[in-house]
Write a protein that binds this ligand. Structure first.
Ligand SMILES: Nc1nc2c(ncn2[C@@H]2O[C@H](COP(=O)(O)OP(=O)(O)OP(=O)(O)O)[C@@H](O)[C@H]2O)c(=O)[nH]1
Ligand SMILES: [Mg+2]
Length: 358
C-alpha cells in the first residue's frame, strides 16, 4: 500500500492533488489542520494536511472477483480498519471547527481584536509571547497573565495629590469636559479638603458659563469668567492662594485649526499647567487618533477617558496611550457628579482593555 501526505490551502485543492497523483481510487486515511512553519505561522491560515493511501492494483483485484478467500478477507479487514480511521478523522475534524480548540495564542489574538485593540499592537503582543515561548504550550490563563503584564507595561498613569496645580480641560465638543471638571473639583474640594477655584474661558456656547457657575455655587467655590488670555492671567493671579485652579475650555472641532489655535493662545499664559485632553471612549478609534493629532498645539500632557459606561470595548485606551505615549489620569463612568469618576490605575486599565473589567 502506498501512503503519502498532501497539504494545501483547502480540501478541494488537496483532493485535486491526490486525485492527480493517486487516481480516484485513493483512500483518505487522515485529515487535519496544520500550522504553516515559522513564527508568522500563528497569523497565517492553517493548511489542510491529508494522508492518502492507495492499494497497488486495488482496482483489478476488487473487480476481478477471483480472489482467494484469504486475500479477500484481508481486504475486508483493511476496509474495516480504514472505515474506523475515517470515523476518527471525522470526529477530530468536528472538534477543530471549535475556535477554542485552536491555538491559545490565536484565540487570545482574536479577543484582542474583538476589543478593538489596533491590529498592529495586537500582533506585536502575540508575537512577543510567541517568541518567548516558541513551543506554544501555554495555557489560556498563562497567556492571559503574560498579556496583562505586557499591556500594563505599555500603559502609564499619573496621579495628582492636590498640591499647587493648575488643571486645564481641552477636547472635542460634548465629551464631558465640564462635567469631569466638576467631578474633580468636588473630589479635591470636598473629599481632599483642598482650596479649589474655577475659571472658564468657554463663553462660546450659550449656557456653558451657567453650567459651571451652577456647579461652583453648589460646592461654594470661587469662579471667574474670562474672555482673553490677559484676563486669564489676571484671574490666575487672583486665585494664587488656592491649592488648585481648574480651567474649562470650549469644546472644539479638532479639524478647525483656528479654534485650536485660540485655545493655544489662552494656554500660553499658564505655563507648567496640567493639560488634560478629554476623550470619550465611544469615539471611533481612527477619529481619536485624528483628535489627538489636531489638539497637539494645545500641548496636552495627560489623557482623561470619559463615558466608559456607554461601551463595552476599550481597546482604544491602549491604542491612544501607545500612540501619544502619555499617561492616563482619570476615567469617568457616568453622568453623576461627583461620584462617576475613577482615578486611573494600570490594573483597572488593563482589565478594561482586555474586556474583563466593566
Ligand atoms: N454617560 C456618560 N455621560 C457623560 C459622562 N461624562 C459626561 N457625560 C454627559 O455628556 C454630556 C456633555 O457633558 P459636558 O460636560 O457638558 O461636555 P463638554 O465636553 O463640557 O461639552 P462642551 O463644553 O459643549 O464641549 C452631558 O450630558 C454629561 O452629563 C460619562 O462619563 N458618561
Ligand atoms: Mg463644557
Amino acid at each position: 500500500m502506498k501512503i503519502k501526505k498532501y497539504t494545501g490551502a483547502d480540501m478541494r485543492e488537496v483532493m485535486a492533488l491526490i486525485k492527480k497523483e493517486m487516481g480516484s481510487e485513493a483512500i483518505i486515511l487522515e485529515t487535519r489542520k496544520v500550522r504553516q512553519k515559522g513564527i508568522l505561522g500563528f497569523f497565517l491560515p492553517r493548511l489542510i494536511e491529508v494522508t492518502a493511501a492507495k492499494e497497488e492494483n486495488f482496482q483489478q483485484n476488487f473487480w476481478a472477483g477471483h480472489l482467494e478467500t484469504a486475500h479477500s478477507k484481508k481486504i475486508e479487514s483493511d476496509i474495516k480498519e480504514l472505515k474506523t480511521m475515517m470515523e476518527n478523522v471525522m470526529s477530530r475534524q468536528d472538534k477543530s471547527q471549535d475556535p477554542h480548540k485552536g491555538g491559545v495564542l490565536e484565540h487570545i489574538h482574536r479577543r484582542l481584536l474583538d476589543n478593538e485593540i489596533d491590529r498592529e499592537i495586537a500582533c506585536q503582543l502575540i508575537e512577543e509571547i510567541g517568541r518567548d515561548f516558541p513551543d506554544n504550550e501555554l495555557t489560556e490563563s498563562q497567556v492571559n497573565s503574560l498579556i496583562q503584564d505586557k499591556i500594563g507595561r505599555r500603559l502609564k498613569v499619573i496621579k495628582f495629590n492636590g498640591q499647587r496645580n493648575i488643571f486645564c480641560f481641552v477636547g472635542p465638543t460634548g465629551v464631558g469636559k465640564t462635567t469631569t471638571l466638576a467631578k474633580l473639583a468636588a473630589h479635591f474640594a470636598i473629599f481632599k479638603e483642598k482650596r479649589v477655584g474655577l475659571i472658564t474661558i468657554d463663553t462660546y456656547r450659550i449656557g456653558a458659563v451657567e453650567q459651571l457657575k451652577t456647579y461652583a455655587q453648589l460646592m461654594g467655590l470661587p469662579i471667574e469668567v474670562v474672555m482673553s488670555p490677559k484676563e486669564l492671567s489676571r484671574a490666575i493671579e487672583d486665585m494664587k492662594d488656592l491649592d488648585i485652579i481648574m480651567i474649562d475650555t470650549a469644546g472644539r472641532n479638532s479639524k478647525n485649526h483656528m479654534q485650536i489655535g485660540e485655545i493655544k493662545g489662552f494656554l500660553k499664559v499658564v505655563p507648567g499647567a496640567v493639560i488634560f485632553l478629554v476623550l470619550s471612549v465611544t469615539t471611533k478609534c481612527k477619529d481619536l487618533i485624528t483628535i489627538a493629532d489636531n489638539f497637539k498645539p494645545a500641548d496636552y500632557n495627560s489623557l482623561i477617558f470619559t463615558k466608559l459606561d456607554e461601551t463595552d470595548t476599550f481597546g482604544s485606551i491602549l491604542n491612544l496611550t501607545s500612540y501619544t505615549s502619555l499617561p492616563v489620569s482619570y476615567l469617568t463612568i457616568g453622568q453623576k457628579v461627583p461620584e462617576d469618576l475613577e482615578i486611573a490605575t494600570e490594573e483597572r486599565l488593563t482589565s478594561l482593555i482586555l474586556g474583563v473589567g466593566k
